[in-house]
Ligand binder design. Structure first.
Ligand SMILES: [Zn+2]
Ligand SMILES: [Zn+2]
Length: 555
């Protein structure tokens, strides 16, 4: 009889910060039962993937294994952990578990998307436990940049795995208790087989500042602002929202929430008690009636999203909220890689209006929610795992986390790739197989496979345009009419002023005439010769090869 094994496979989140999806399996190799952790998206930087908003993990392996999946557990409510659920959960239809805030936030998001399917979530209390077949899952509180981030202690007959999720150490996190060091240490005493851990900030030395330090600095900047103040941050960062609201109250400014995502989160945070004791926020209509030194706008758009509140304010296109010379905007955030240009554009728009812009380059107005190197060492010290697998990071972050873990004395450290199937027990950690993995693009209303040519050809199209050629050939192998040629996205003339359309036409005719008569009746052969000739002729003048489509009609 084959032996029961504990296995782990990341289907996303390795080699990238985003798209987190991990699976744990227990059983012998012919029949494993699975536990899924998180189901997130990545955001596509526009210039690389034109027309694509989101990147989702390819879950064809999970669809195939659907009957053996016991449940999907969410560590916390960030999009890189829950963002793919609305699209992908209906294909799995497995029990879904989350703590109260994460569940409420997800439900609010689902309701805001027209046509989103019903997705039932089973709510697990904070510090709660779940029993799913061979997996007993315990939720352990960790500090992060959203309420209710949880590390998961996953107990199995083959040992305990600690899946850290996103975390940091913050003695004064403003919302929720600090990272539960005592519980993590107790787990270490019990004996932890493997730690699968957040690597996002593994290149940064020292420790992260606390949310309380950021709150102090924000309060000072809000207190000393001469005119209106607008603060932008991640909509889900309720601790930061609370800090801003407290600072506003201290200097008698009314808080106005601008932007739908921010409205949604503040509503959920009030319902779940995370804004208890915080003053009511005012409606957007009151913005114009309040004196400049009595108002604070809390805006979405910290990542430069073009349709979000701040972008519209920066372009002076917001119907209710305007800013002018002497007002102050605070970016209580940092641009996620890929968004820097969009954020810079907004900052420039504001500065051009005479608005003072404050960012984390000069003031402590933001800290990351992920552990720096000393914090990573603390976690290893508490948990003392036998195996450590770096997760949630690009290649550099994973490598740095791995090196740090080795130096901290972790007996076995393994860096893996998405789709690797790793046996954690029995025996040491070892990559034993590969499972199907990959990426899907959310392209309008459809999900397309990243390997499909759709987006790649769209990108080529944006770089070098397209030529279409239509030819009608009669049964004697002669052209029935002049070829129809159209150019899109190609310069009209070459450096000498010759028409590119005419250059293409000459190439078409020359290529056609040079074919022996019998071959002119073969539409595929004609199309291929013409295509090559057109691309070569245009490339000679332009130094770029366009896409060329040739339609040959034989009559
Ligand atoms: Zn997170
Ligand atoms: Zn994350």
């Amino acid at each position: 009889m084959a032996q029961d094994e504990l296995v782990f496979a990341p289907l996303g989140g390795i080699g990238e910060i985003g798209m987190n999806l991990s699976i744990y399996g227990f059983g012998d190799e012919r029949r494993r039962q699975w536990l899924i952790v998180d189901c997130g998206v990545s955001f596509a930087a526009e210039e690389q993937l034109p027309g694509v908003d989101l990147i989702l993990p390819d879950i064809r392996y999970l669809i195939e294994q659907r009957r053996n999946i016991l449940g999907l557990v969410l560590t916390h409510g960030h999009e890189d952990h829950i963002g793919a659920l609305i699209d992908l959960w209906p294909r799995l239809n497995v029990p879904l578990y989350a703590t109260p805030f994460t569940a409420a936030l997800f439900e609010a998001k689902r309701l805001s998307e027209p046509g989103a399917p019903q997705i039932p979530i089973k709510v697990v209390p904070l510090g709660g436990r779940l029993s799913l077949g061979p997996f007993a899952v315990e939720f352990i509180n960790v500090a992060h940049s959203i309420p209710e981030s949880n590390a998961l202690a996953i107990r199995t007959p083959a040992g305990i795995v600690l899946h850290t999720g996103d975390w940091k150490i913050d003695p004064t996190p403003l919302i929720g208790p600090p990272t539960d060091a005592a519980r993590l240490t107790a787990l270490g005493d019990e004996g932890v087989l493997a730690l699968i851990g957040d690597s996002t900030n593994a290149v940064r030395d020292g420790r992260s500042p606390s949310e309380a330090d950021v709150a102090k600095s924000l309060a000072e900047l809000i207190r000393t602002a001469p005119g209106r103040v607008a603060v932008t941050t991640f909509a889900s960062h309720v601790g930061r929202i609370r800090a801003v609201a407290d600072a506003a109250r201290a200097c008698e400014r009314e808080v106005i929430v601008v932007g739908r995502a921010m409205e949604r989160v503040t509503q959920v945070a009030r319902e779940t008690g995370y804004l208890d004791g915080v003053q009511d926020f005012r409606s957007m209509e009151s913005y114009g009636y309040l004196p400049p030194d009595k108002v604070l706008a809390l805006c979405t758009g910290s990542q430069g999203e073009p349709r979000a509140a701040l972008a519209r304010i920066a372009e002076d296109e917001h119907p209710e909220v305007t800013l002018a010379k002497g007002d102050r905007v605070i970016f209580s955030s940092r641009a996620i890689p890929g968004n820097e240009k969009a954020v810079t554009r907004i900052i420039n728009g504001l500065v051009a209006q005479g608005v003072e812009v404050i960012t984390d380059r000069t003031h402590l107005v933001h800290v990351s929610g992920h552990p720096r190197r000393d914090e990573l060492r603390d976690m290893i010290g508490w948990v003392r795992p036998r195996i450590l697998i770096p997760a949630h990071g690009e290649a550099l972050h994973l490598a740095e986390h791995a090196e740090l873990a080795r130096r901290a004395g972790v007996p076995q450290v393994l860096v893996c790739r998405n789709g690797d199937l790793i046996r954690l027990a029995p025996g040491g950690a070892e990559i034993i197989d590969e499972v199907p993995s990959g990426r899907l693009y959310k392209d309008g209303a459809l999900l397309v496979n990243a390997e499909a040519r759709t987006v790649a050809s769209r990108r080529r199209l944006s770089f070098a345009g397209i030529v279409t050629v239509a030819l009608a050939v009669n049964d004697k192998g002669a052209l029935l009419a002049d070829p129809e040629i159209e150019l899109f996205g190609i310069p009209e003339t070459d450096a000498a002023g010759a028409s590119m359309t005419e250059i293409a036409r000459d190439a078409v005719e020359e290529a056609f005439e040079s074919l022996p008569k019998p071959r002119r009746r073969d539409p595929d052969g004609v199309a291929e010769s013409v295509r090559r000739a057109v691309r070569a002729a245009i490339a000679e003048r332009w130094n770029k090869k366009p896409i060329c489509h040739v339609h040959v009609l034989t009559v």
